[in-house]
Ligand binder design. Structure first.
Ligand code: ZN
Ligand code: ZN
Length: 371
């Protein structure tokens, strides 16, 4: 079992090893586009994420793969697991650090050091220092949301968005972690009425919409795009999100660690293979993963440095066998209804646009209203 550590606790040598492995992946051949000299293996991971978000911005929006829906937790866990495994093929000593943004809470935090992730953007958001700066020449952005108009270099605008002046606080994390159940019907946020707070309940919405989206908006620039894994801090941010899901499972052993068990949209039920590529499009890696396969992060080989000492199996609520679950009758009709009702949501939808959900219940982070 290897340990994922807080990013700010890495030694200089550990920072260097992580950065070197990431840079090597950025220059390794693409597996999704073999022979394409313009793309590399790191870019494959960016492409998977961009595709996953783009399906939600089409008209009408398509079936969610891993955002604004139940599989947000396990989908990103699998993405991170494959990414980390490929870093470990390059250097077996490397593990994915996580960014605890309640501790490393501003642009002066050590993770933004020039020897690690580099710092805040300057002119036009351009990050001027660190290994991923345009000036170093090792980090051209290849997979972009809008290749004709997006800049091909790393940008950050920390804390500059009017609706994201500061990062989530410990109080916000505690509040989110206390929320049950894991998720609630209709399981896809595109199906929910933004003006009806009773439709926005459960931990997954707190985790994704309130905490996770705010961090993307706070970093801004590259992190605000569908192609946000172009900023390596994406992996550290999602490491923390992944850690918080495992903490929630441990804290609520009277709850199902994941929902829906059945009857939800394709790719989101407990025993559904999750979606990482469109039909007929190249797969990013071999094999399928279902939410049930990844409920215990230890089963994927890792622990967090905040896990209880000696824990090798995550204690969790009941997980029914597939044979115990009812077959979802009438699913085609339900799918047709869902398609009709689906509505596009703004990317990294603002929590405060949803009545009853707030970025911070205790602090006024911004005097500005929504938008
Ligand atoms: Zn994502
Ligand atoms: Zn994200």
């Amino acid at each position: 079992m290897f340990i994922r550590k807080s990013a700010s606790s890495l030694t200089g040598a550990e920072q260097t090893a992580f950065v070197s492995a990431v840079l090597e992946l950025k220059s390794s051949p693409s597996l999704m586009h073999p022979g394409d000299q313009t793309r590399h293996r790191y870019d494959d991971f960016v492409e998977v994420h961009l595709n996953a978000m783009a399906v939600m911005e089409s008209t009408p929006p398509g079936q969610s793969w891993g955002h604004m829906a139940s599989a947000f937790g396990p989908w990103h866990r699998v993405l991170l697991h494959h990414f980390e495994a490929e870093l470990q093929q390059i250097n077996p000593a490397v593990t994915l650090p996580y960014w605890d943004w309640t501790v490393d809470h501003d642009p002066t935090s050590p993770i933004w050091n020039p020897s690690f992730l580099g710092g805040n953007g300057q002119h036009n958001g351009l990050v001027p220092d660190g290994p991923f700066a345009q000036a170093h020449g090792a980090w051209p952005l290849v997979v972009l949301d809008d290749p004709a108009n997006d800049v091909p270099f790393l940008t950050r605008f920390m804390g500059q968005a009017q609706d994201a002046r500061s990062l989530p606080t410990t109080g916000m994390v505690t509040s989110a972690r206390g929320t049950t159940p894991y998720d609630s019907s209709p399981w896809e946020d595109m199906m929910r009425d933004q003006n009806d707070p009773t439709q926005w309940t459960g931990f997954r919405i707190q985790l994704e919409v309130v905490l996770h989206n705010l961090v993307h908006r706070w970093v801004g620039g590259t992190m605000g795009a569908m192609s946000s894994p172009n900023d390596p801090v994406f992996w550290l941010h999602h490491g923390n999100i992944d850690r918080l899901w495992s903490d929630w499972i441990r804290q609520h052993q009277d709850q199902s660690p994941y929902l829906p068990l059945t009857g939800g949209p394709q790719g989101h039920n407990l025993y559904d293979p999750m979606i990482f590529h469109a039909d007929g499009a190249p797969a990013p890696w071999q094999g399928d993963s279902r939410p049930v396969d990844v409920l215990d992060h230890h089963s994927l080989g890792y622990s967090y440095d905040t896990d209880p000492p000696g824990e090798v199996k995550l204690p969790m609520g009941p997980v029914p066998a597939q044979a115990e679950l009812p077959v979802a009758a009438g699913e085609p009709v339900m799918a047709a209804m869902e398609t009709a009702a689906r509505r596009a949501l703004p990317r990294f939808v603002l929590a405060r646009e949803i009545a009853g959900l707030r970025d911070s219940p205790t602090e006024s982070q911004s005097t500005q209203g929504p938008r």
